[in-house]
Design a protein. Structure first.
Length: 267
């Protein structure tokens, strides 16, 4: 692919895989550290909310079904993990590789072009979400709150969600001047989604205007899809809208990230 409406003026090839492979090789050297958070985090959340808050909120009514609170929040926790792994990988980790470690400079002296580096970075962010989503799936399954085989759909949803949040994260990385400024997108973008995307309570508990606002957040749609897979409770309209939203969101953020990163790095 030599050009796509001018998006890849320097060309783009499967060499982007080399960037992905480089990050994978580094990941393997520290897998013990990277392995623990996706394993322990859901356990802590499920124990805290299930054994703690779950004793106060015993039943949640969701789409006409009565669920235990643990069964309700477990899919939300999986969706949050998918979001966080891609977002933090393509913000903090990508910024460190770009600015402090000078990894991008080293890669550019190889046959790789800038566009391939950025694409490889975003692919790696999506992969981190897939790995974390798979680990979360195994841990949550041990609590007996997932419906099979539909819950297996969480794996491709992890990849789709990772692509969406990885691409949006790279857009922030392209415009953030210093690493400490990442507090702003986390506070203004990630935290509202964490709280108001139907992860910890049903959206119908919110005022009508807040429900409409929540539908503008990508995590809301990812949470709906993961919960549908977890409970084997598919709504055709909600599923189509959710998948379409994430695909469009990724399709917009992916090229935007490349344009913004090129503007930042090419002097």
């Amino acid at each position: 692919m030599r050009t796509w409406f001018g998006l890849f003026p320097n060309g783009l090839s499967v060499r982007a895989y080399k960037v992905w492979r480089r990050n994978w090789d580094v990941y393997q050297t520290t897998w013990q550290i990277n392995f623990l958070p996706p394993i322990l985090e859901p356990v802590f959340y499920l124990l805290a909310f299930g054994a703690g808050l779950g004793t106060l909120v015993r039943v949640v009514h969701f789409q006409g079904a009565a669920l235990s609170y643990v069964a309700f929040i477990a899919p939300g926790l999986i969706a949050i993990t998918i979001m966080q792994n891609a977002f933090f990988e393509n913000t903090y980790s990508s910024f460190v590789r770009m600015y402090y470690q000078k990894t991008y400079d080293a890669l550019l002296v190889t046959p790789l072009v800038l566009e391939e580096i950025i694409v490889g970075e975003m692919l790696w962010g999506a992969t981190k979400s897939l790995l974390a989503g798979g680990l979360m799936l195994g841990v949550v399954a041990a609590f007996g709150v997932l419906s099979w085989p539909d819950s297996a759909a969480i794996l491709p949803l992890s990849l789709l969600g990772g692509a969406a949040f990885g691409a949006s994260a790279m857009c922030f990385t392209a415009i953030i001047p210093r690493i400490e400024v990442f507090n702003l997108p986390i506070f203004l973008f990630v935290t509202p989604m964490f709280l108001f995307s139907g992860t910890f309570f049903p959206l119908d508990a919110l005022p009508q205007w807040a429900q409409w606002l929540a539908l503008a957040l990508p995590l809301t749609h990812l949470t709906n899809l993961v919960r549908a897979a977890s409970l084997s409770h598919w709504d055709l309209v909600q599923t189509v809208v959710g998948v379409a939203y994430l695909v469009v969101f990724t399709t917009v953020c992916f090229p935007l990230a490349i344009v913004l990163m090129r503007r930042r790095l090419v002097k």
